[in-house]
Design a protein around this ligand. Structure first.
Ligand SMILES: Nc1ncnc2c1ncn2[C@@H]1O[C@H](COP(=O)(O)OP(=O)(O)OP(=O)(O)O)[C@@H](O)[C@H]1O
Length: 122
């Protein structure tokens, strides 16, 4: 049990580091909060919540792995190295794919409901 609590402590240290050092991670956290608030306000269904939670977790996990690999790359190759650059570019590509997935999920779920809401308000 003590080991488990210690492991959670390290994990939270990693999350704190990513939040403090990565502006992109903070932006994704803010967008996640906005998506959750919109989910409650628009009263989305259970299966829609599943997609939103999946999209949020997917983006944050990919962003964390990107941060970890970036840090490791800087450790292994502090100077200029073409391959180090390629590693970071590929990881950045993974973040873009995850973010696009989340954006499309958000549009598919929220946009029709927002349009109905705006029509009712007008
Ligand atoms: N050691 C290196 N050798 C060659 N090119 C590098 C190196 N480090 C970074 N680069 C290039 O610069 C780009 C930006 O790298 P950087 O380390 O600044 O990450 P970043 O995009 O600022 O990431 P983040 O904003 O998530 O911290 C990389 O995608 C890569 O193309």
């Amino acid at each position: 049990m003590k080991r488990l609590i210690r492991s959670f402590g390290f994990a939270f240290k990693g999350l704190r580091y990513a939040t403090a050092s990565q502006p992109n991670f903070r932006i994704h956290l803010v967008l996640a909060v906005i998506a959750v608030v919109l989910g409650f306000v628009l009263g989305i269904s259970f299966s829609e919540w599943e997609w939103i939670v999946l999209a949020i977790a997917f983006v944050l996990v990919v962003e964390l792995l990107n941060t970890g690999i970036e840090t490791l790359t800087d450790l292994v190759s502090p100077g200029y190295n073409e391959k180090a650059g390629r590693v970071k570019d590929v990881c950045a590509g993974a973040v873009v794919i995850a973010a696009l997935f989340a954006l499309i999920t958000g549009i598919v779920i929220f946009l029709p409901k927002l349009i109905v809401l705006i029509h009712h308000a007008a």
